[in-house]
Design a protein around this ligand. Structure first.
Ligand SMILES: *[C@@H]1O[C@H](CO)[C@@H](O)[C@H](O)[C@H]1NC(C)=O
Ligand SMILES: *[C@@H]1O[C@H](CO)[C@@H](O)[C@H](O)[C@H]1NC(C)=O
Ligand SMILES: *[C@@H]1O[C@H](CO)[C@@H](O)[C@H](O)[C@H]1NC(C)=O
Ligand SMILES: *[C@@H]1O[C@H](CO)[C@@H](O)[C@H](O)[C@H]1NC(C)=O
Length: 493
């Protein structure tokens, strides 16, 4: 089940379609940005002189270093511990060539105890403290890939949880291999021409609302429906998904989510009739931005956004989205949207980034230029393979540092431990989308669910206090829980 879920999520962003070389993922109709280029993270050439004693590797069919300058030396092994994410076909092990040298990537769990296995790679959604591979071996780094929100695993939003790992690839700009722009194919995607205002005005005359809401995942940590429900009291919203639905999509084909994906051209054409799209992420985390934000911009609608608190850092210019949290109430927000809806000149200022030279945010442009992976771009590496090479390079460097230290402890210090930081998965405690948690009844489904899911191991009463006062006391509670399920087990093995 976990593997199936993994496949579905990564397929959404085209990673799997690239892996299977089909090049026709769900976003294939999107113009690729063409801004990215391969950046070599290391300047130094790898000397490759790593000695590892022979072991079971050969017997399980791992590729040996072939045609290398140093025959007989074995390569460091990176073991994908999470099932279903191994980015190589068709075998279980494959030699990979990275900037600093070569490694062997494998999903053969029998290699876990092998001295050459230098890193275990985990997918965050699948990771559970209670079934982690223990005891932990000191020479092995743990590498975490978790591009999703904490919705699928809150363990990683707690300091002791994220600090189990050494290397991360998350949505955060602070992670070791950052993926904040994982849903943005490139600047061309943003520049696509908007549907003309006259056409949209015609739809408004036919009874369509200014605002669109399309959401079928209702009880999420960000509690977005509670906000949208309140907003609907002050301004018309056409809501088509399962959440707060008040309207049907125009054709049976579009209504059927199995035939019309969210990147379906006919669906996109329909959505582009709306001037404003409610764009609320499923969880509030710094740098967690998804297609909910970028798709309306692609279509020339103005996102009415709640999600990453630092979203402004990534916007094409400083006047391209409406931030829900800039408004003191849903009522005030509704008034502002209504004002823009009636004032074309002010509205069009929000689309200025579509004009030549309109994308002025150098941080955004530079980040797109520097990332080495593409979004559904068959010509560029995907970030799964990219992260694998990042880990390979890191481990080769660490091996070199260990070797230098062994040869001359006085001149070369032992490599420092590298440990993931809370900023790599910066998702504060979920709070209600509108109002105070104390005022929401105990039987509210959002409250019930997130009290349980976020504060794993705490009882309801403790969880509620924790939610209201997220503080060190509570962090300690969580640490105790982790200690029970992980640390203690690790020591006893
Ligand atoms: C947005 O950027 C423009 C041009 O750089 C600047 O003049 C303006 O003051 C900025 N506005 C805000 C709200 O930061
Ligand atoms: C990996 O992280 C753990 C903490 O979770 C730390 O004890 C260990 O030294 C780190 N290992 C490396 C190789 O950095
Ligand atoms: C929650 O409890 C109240 C009474 O306290 C009741 O009126 C309401 O229907 C309940 N809601 C749900 C979802 O069970
Ligand atoms: C921390 O949370 C506890 C409840 O678990 C509360 O009693 C305490 O006052 C809180 N401390 C601070 C500094 O907020």
């Amino acid at each position: 089940m976990a593997a199936g879920h993994t496949g579905a999520m990564l397929a959404t962003i085209g990673v799997l379609s690239v892996l299977s070389a089909s090049g026709s993922g769900p976003m294939a109709d999107v113009e690729a940005g063409g801004e990215a280029e391969w950046v070599e993270p290391w300047d130094e050439p790898w000397d490759g002189a790593v000695f590892r004693s022979p072991s079971a590797l050969g017997t399980v069919g791992v590729a040996q270093s072939r045609g290398s300058q140093r025959p007989g030396k074995d390569l460091p092994v990176l073991l994908w511990w999470s099932p279903g994410l191994f980015p190589h076909f068709p075998g279980d092990s494959e030699r990979i060539e990275c900037a600093r040298g070569a490694c062997v990537a494998s999903r053969d769990r029998r290699l876990r105890g092998d001295p050459r296995t230098r890193a275990l790679l985990f997918y965050g959604t699948d990771f559970r403290a209670s079934d982690a591979p223990l005891p932990r071996l000191v020479h092995q780094s743990w590498a975490l890939l978790h591009e999703e929100s904490p919705l699928n695993n809150f363990l990683l939003s707690h300091t002791p949880g994220i600090r189990l790992f050494n290397l991360t690839a998350t949505f955060s700009r602070h992670s070791d291999y950052p993926l904040p722009l994982q849903w943005l194919p490139g600047t061309a995607y943003l520049r696509r021409a908007a549907t003309p205002l006259q056409e949209r005005a015609e739809w408004r005359r036919r009874g369509y609302a200014p605002l669109l809401y399309l959401q079928s995942h209702c009880d999420v940590p960000a509690d977005r429906d509670r906000y949208v429900r309140e907003l609907m009291r002050y301004i018309p919203v056409d809501s088509y998904g399962k959440c707060l639905q008040n309207r049907e999509l125009p054709t049976p084909r579009l209504q059927d989510t199995t035939t019309a994906t969210t990147e379906d051209p006919e669906l996109l054409a329909f959505l582009s009739r709306y001037k404003f799209h409610l764009a609320l992420e499923n969880a509030i985390c710094d740098d967690y931005m998804t297609e909910k934000l970028w798709r309306p911009m692609h279509l020339g609608a103005v996102p009415v956004y709640r999600g990453s608190p630092s979203v402004r850092d990534w916007m094409p210019n400083n006047h391209s989205i409406i931030l829900i949290d800039d408004f003191e109430s849903p009522h005030k927000l509704a008034e502002f949207i209504d004002f823009l809806d009636k004032n074309d000149e002010e509205y069009m200022k929000y689309l200025a980034y579509k004009q030549p030279g309109g994308i002025t945010n150098q941080f955004l442009l530079e980040s797109l230029r520097r990332r080495e992976w593409g979004v559904n771009d068959p010509l560029l590496p995907n970030y799964l393979n990219g992260f694998e090479c990042f880990v390979c390079d890191h481990e080769l460097a660490r091996l070199d540092a260990e070797k230098a230290h062994a040869a001359s402890p006085g001149d070369s210090p032992a490599p420092e431990p590298h440990i993931a930081q809370p900023s790599h998965m910066d998702c504060p405690v979920p709070t209600p989308g509108f109002g105070n948690v104390e005022d929401i009844p105990e039987n509210d489904s959002w409250k019930e669910m997130w009290l349980q899911d976020y504060w794993q191991g705490l009882d309801q009463g403790e969880a509620l206090t924790a939610m209201i006062h997220n503080n060190e006391t509570q962090q300690k509670k969580f640490w105790d829980y982790l200690h029970e399920t992980f640390m203690k087990r690790n020591q006893n093995l």
